[in-house]
Design a protein around this ligand. Structure first.
Ligand code: 5GP
Length: 115
């Protein structure tokens, strides 16, 4: 049997997380190892491994995730200062959890290009 990802275990409340938003399609919580004063992870509840395995039928879900990011940024008060949304896909990008996730980073100046 395939092991549950750490994020699936957070969805299933098997391990704790500081949840900042939830609806029927997604969950947002604070990253356990924050890389900025505000570092939120937004994940779909549907077990999608990465951008690479998105299906055409996920288009509405992906649109919803972006709108949740827009609203979360507003709610967290980071719109004026600015924020960055990062999705790592695959080994070279540094993806370590095989469940699609959007990083919302804010609260400091973020370097470009990223490392
Ligand atoms: P990736 O490197 O795959 O793009 O990002 C995975 C993120 O998940 C990392 O920023 C890491 O700190 C975070 N993370 C890993 N395990 C946990 C956990 O158990 N709880 C929380 N809240 N974040 C986690």
């Amino acid at each position: 049997m395939t092991q549950k990802s750490i994020f699936q275990r957070i969805i299933d409340r098997e391990i704790p997380a500081q949840i900042v938003y939830e609806d029927d399609r997604c969950l947002a919580f604070r990253d356990v190892n924050p890389q900025a004063p505000t570092h939120i992870l937004l994940i779909p509840k549907k077990p999608i491994t990465s951008i690479a395995t998105l299906e055409d039928a996920d288009a509405a879900l992906v649109g919803h995730l972006w709108l949740v990011i827009r609203d979360l940024a507003q709610q967290l008060g980071v719109v004026d200062g600015g924020y960055r949304v990062v999705v790592n896909c695959g080994r070279d990008a540094g993806q370590t959890v095989d469940h699609l996730h959007f990083h919302l980073l804010a609260g400091r100046t973020l370097d470009w290009p990223p490392g």
